[in-house]
Each structure stands twice: as structure tokens, then as C-alpha cells.
Design a protein around this ligand. Structure first.
Ligand SMILES: [Zn+2]
Length: 359
């Protein structure tokens, strides 16, 4: 692979991207508002499918570094992609070329007896020897080497509940809450241990910031009562312990979580990558506890709007949540692959033009 040069920002930045994001994580005010454009447009821009990137370390690093240089932003992405860990454990998904795995073909955990076998499997998992996981750690090391110490590498890891959905089947887990509650608890206890040791391996390989997300426990999926009983205890235990180890953790509550913010603000995250919220009230209600990241609309504005629409909405977001720091400009979810490159650039330009703190 040719050596990849990282273009040094030509603006008047006083902090590095890593310092800037860590400043937001500690609820402080950096030199300017950091910008994270998490999405799949980079793969399309450089002409690769998601599957190609999952299978080829050099192509993956080329896209991450190339996207950073071509578009800007304050981080790159390493780590695992959704479903990869569960595939290593034996789950099989319907997988399209350019998206995350869509649906589980057959539940891996069909009865409580299967959990014992799974626990054995998890206990014997050697991250450096298994093909997929060793590849992910190796590309994290390569990516960190390519971008250097000033650009943070962000790695996604799964929340225990979401991972349980990918082993057992999402609708089956919802049924289990009524019919087989013990199973929901036991599976997550096993997964907490697995994802904690995996996170430690990722950090050792060069990951600077951990990102987790959950699209399976919002208010459309399960009640607040069920969230409190089945999801919150495991997320809280795992992410608080990781935070106490000194790791920086961002969380994307995907969908509508407005009725359970007091619970997620108690789960150990430094920053929330918010989706369906009123940004100004989230900032004023929870900005003293967590940093806020978001929330230009991915579909309506970034994918379907004009560059000017993106710019205006980005400025609105900065006005609503940027004051005093503790804020990252970005979309409200993963930016789709088909998003026009000029729209991603418009968000980044708006951040540079309107996101600088003075004094
Ligand atoms: Zn989302």
C-alpha cells in the first residue's frame, strides 16, 4: 500500500481534533465546534461497496483517510461493523452489498440450553487468532498509524441488548421479556463480558473513542418500564465500568428516546449522538451531564435537500446547542451512502464558518 499522507488543516485551529473532541467529552469549550460526519458516503465516493471494505484492510484505510482529507471532520472510524461479532459467534444474516446486516436468518440462541454453549464459545474466543476479529484489530492499528496521534480513531461497539437481539432475534427478545425474562438477563450478562474485553482490545490497538448505538430499545420498540428493567442495568454497568477505566464513550440513541433521557444520561456516556429530539431543550435539560452531538436530518436534509438547506440547518443546530461548548456538529444518524458529497461538505463548511468560539 502506498503511504497515505494526512492533510494538515489549513484553518486557524488551535487544538488538534483529538483535543477538541475530548474537550467536548469533558463538557468544555474547545477552539471551535468539532464536526463528525459519520456515514457511508465515503465508500461510495471512492467507489467501494461496504462488503469490499469489510474484507480488505488497505481499501478500508484508504477510504477512511481519503474521506478525512477530501471532506474534513474530526475523526476516522475503525473497529467492528454491526453484526460482525455475532457472525463470529455463528449468527447468519441476510447481508446486502452496501448496508448493515438486515435480518437474522435463524436465531443462534433457540433455547436457554444454547446459552451454556454460547458462554463456552465466548470464553474461548481469542481475538488475535479468529480471522475476522484479528483483521479488525489489525486494521485499527493500521488506521491509527496512518492518521497519527492528533486524529482520533472512533470504534463502534455494541450495547449488550442490541447484541442479544442479533443472537436471539429482535422480535423474539421482545417476546422473551414476557415469556422468558431470565434468558434476556443471562444473555446480556454474557455479552457484557464479551464486549468489555473486546473494547479493551480495540483501545489497545489504537482506538481513542468508543461509539455505541442502539436502534432496538427506543420508545417505539419497548416501553420505558421494560427499558429500565431489561436494558438499562446492563448498559449502565458495562459503560460506567469502561468510563471508570478512562475510556471515552459516545452513544447514539437511534430513534425516539425522549421519555428515557434520565436513564441514558445515567449510563456512563460522555456524549449523546441525538436523533429525534428538540436540540435546544436537550441541551438545556441534559447539557450539564452529557455532551450533545447532532442533529442535521440525514434523510430529509442531507440526502434529499440542497447544500444550502444543509448549511442553514447546520447553522440552526449550532445556534441551538453550540453555546458554551459541550457540542459536536453532525447528522442525526448514519449519513446514507447516496448523500451528495456537496451536502456533506456544506455541513463541514457551516461548522468552520459558524462554529468558532471567540474568547
Ligand atoms: Zn440512528
Amino acid at each position: 500500500m502506498d503511504k497515505i499522507e494526512v492533510v494538515v488543516s489549513k484553518s486557524k485551529d488551535e487544538m488538534s481534533s483529538k483535543e477538541r473532541l475530548l474537550k467536548v467529552a469533558s463538557l468544555g469549550q474547545p477552539d471551535r465546534i468539532p464536526i463528525i460526519c459519520r456515514g457511508r458516503y465515503g465508500a461510495k465516493y471512492f467507489g467501494y461497496t461496504e462488503k469490499q471494505l469489510d474484507e480488505d484492510i488497505d481499501k478500508y484505510v484508504e477510504v477512511e483517510v481519503g474521506t478525512l482529507n477530501e471532506f474534513g471532520g474530526d475523526c476516522v472510524y475503525g473497529g467492528i461493523t454491526s453484526g460482525m461479532m455475532e457472525e463470529v459467534l455463528g449468527s447468519r444474516f441476510e447481508r446486502l452489498q452496501d448496508t448493515e446486516p438486515k435480518s437474522l436468518r435463524k436465531p443462534l440462541i433457540e433455547s436457554p440450553a444454547d446459552i451454556g454453549l454460547m458462554i463456552k464459545k465466548v470464553d474461548n474466543l481469542d481475538f488475535e487468532r479468529g480471522e475476522t476479529l484479528a483483521m479488525v484489530l489489525s486494521r485499527t492499528r493500521k488506521l491509527k498509524q496512518a492518521v497519527g496521534p492528533n486524529i482520533p480513531v472512533v470504534a463502534w461497539i455494541s450495547a449488550p441488548f442490541r447484541s442479544a437481539c442479533m443472537l436471539r432475534g429482535t422480535s423474539q427478545i421482545y417476546m422473551d421479556m414476557y415469556e422468558n425474562p431470565e434468558l434476556v438477563h443471562t444473555v446480556q450478562q454474557m455479552l457484557m463480558k464479551l464486549w468489555t474485553t473486546w473494547t479493551e482490545a480495540c483501545v489497545k490497538a489504537g482506538t481513542d473513542i468508543i461509539l455505541t448505538s442502539n436502534p432496538t430499545a427506543n420508545s417505539v420498540n419497548i416501553s420505558k418500564k421494560h427499558y429500565q428493567e431489561y436494558v438499562h442495568p446492563y448498559s449502565k454497568e458495562m459503560f460506567t465500568a469502561l468510563r471508570n477505566k478512562g475510556f471515552t464513550i459516545f452513544f447514539h440513541p437511534c430513534g425516539d428516546w425522549n421519555d428515557r433521557f434520565e436513564l441514558i444520561c445515567d449510563e456512563g456516556y460522555h456524549v449523546l449522538h441525538v436523533d429525534q429530539v428538540d436540540l435546544a431543550s436537550i441541551k438545556s435539560n441534559w447539557g450539564h451531564k452529557v455532551g450533545i452531538w447532532g442533529n442535521v436530518k440525514t434523510i430529509q436534509t442531507l440526502l434529499q435537500g440542497s447544500a444550502n438547506d444543509v448549511k442553514q440547518e447546520s447553522i440552526e443546530c449550532i445556534k441551538k446547542a453550540g453555546k458554551g461548548g459541550g457540542y459536536i456538529l453532525g447528522a442525526n444518524c448514519v449519513i446514507p451512502r447516496e448523500t451528495p458529497p456537496e451536502n456533506v461538505r456544506a455541513m463541514i463548511e457551516a461548522g468552520f464558518e459558524h462554529g468558532r468560539y471567540v474568547g
